[in-house]
Design a protein around this ligand. Structure first.
Ligand code: NAD
Length: 288
């Protein structure tokens, strides 16, 4: 079935490509744009119509962003602002892990032109994106959400409306701060296990059957750390960005968080390259 709305996806990386494929599977005509022509060609194989220019992606009714940073999101919106003046109503669903203040500014600007902008960051990784089974945490106006709902349903298994514009970004930064902390605390636990004479695998099996578990211990360690695969598809650069933004949020709000502050410091000072997978921080075989 082909649905009435056309979807544009801007950013066809590890996450955006899978989301575009999920939109196609749900029956939407889907246009895809990426700065990298190779990514656009990969999208074609999934049934996406690659477009060469950003403004062609903006001919769609609902536009999904999956871009690295808030600065990339703002730059795309600024570039399109002239074109959007007086045009048919669009709603942008920004799934990037972005910054609440940038989101609020963009949402206000677009609302003045009659357009919608939701912050809708996601959890679930490239596999969740490809399956249309992400968890989405949404900030924004109820009408924008209602208008975007069919697309949100195609991309997510669970979508939570957290509050007003920026609320989704806040929730996502808290979530990823905890992922980052769980990654290092789980690695420390397994290091202690080996130092105290039990195998890391035995300790992990216990954690995952007991109360010390987390998604890091249940999914990330078994899938990408224990086998030294380190290829979850989420880079050090992106996780370091998230931890840095969560830390900034704590500074701005005055929230006291001494333990996660220490975890944030470990991530900021990591010896790994920005392009390395973030699961390398779980390598309990190396000293912290
Ligand atoms: P990625 O680097 O794989 O993909 C980003 C894509 O955006 C690249 O293909 C790049 O060429 C493209 N791009 C950059 N600027 C652009 C522009 N101006 N116009 C068009 N395309 C542009 O990153 P990713 O892992 O897919 O992450 C995307 C976003 O989702 C990030 O904000 C990240 O924090 C978030 N996220 C990632 C994961 C994950 O597991 N990878 C999970 C949840 C959230």
């Amino acid at each position: 079935m082909t649905k009435d709305l056309t979807v544009g996806v801007v950013g066809l990386g590890a996450m955006g490509l899978g989301m575009a494929a999920s939109a196609v599977r749900a029956g939407f005509r889907t246009l895809g744009f990426d700065l990298s022509p190779e990514r656009a060609e990969l999208a074609r194989e999934a049934g996406v119509e690659p477009v060469a220019m950003l403004d062609e992606a903006f001919s769609a009714d609902r536009i999904v962003f999956s871009l690295p940073t808030a600065q990339d999101v703002a730059a795309v919106v600024e570039r399109m602002a002239g074109l959007l003046q007086g045009r048919h109503r669009i709603v942008i669903i920004d799934t990037s892990t972005s910054e609440p203040q940038v989101t609020r500014r963009l949402a206000q600007r677009l609302a003045q032109m009659g357009h919608g902008f939701l912050d809708a960051p996601v959890s679930g990784g490239p596999a969740g994106a490809a399956k249309g089974a992400l968890t989405m945490m949404i900030g924004g106006a109820a009408q924008d959400l209602a208008d975007a709902q069919p697309v949100i349903d195609a991309l997510s298994a669970k979508a939570l409306h957290v509050g007003e514009s920026g609320a989704g970004n806040v929730a996502k930064l808290i979530n990823n701060l905890l992922c980052a902390a769980h990654m290092v605390t789980t690695a420390e636990g397994l290091r202690l296990a080996e130092a105290a004479g039990i195998s890391a695998q035995s300790a992990l099996d216990v954690l995952n059957a007991a109360s010390g578990r987390s998604m890091m211990s249940e999914v990330h360690f078994p899938t990408w750390v224990m086998n030294e695969g380190f290829d979850s598809g989420f880079t050090m650069a992106l996780m370091q960005k998230d931890v840095r933004l969560a830390r900034k949020l704590a500074e701005e709000t005055g929230a006291d968080m001494p333990l996660t502050e220490k975890a944030a410091q470990l991530w900021a000072e990591s010896p790994y390259a920005p392009t390395d997978d973030f699961t390398r921080m779980g390598d309990f075989r190396k000293e912290g």
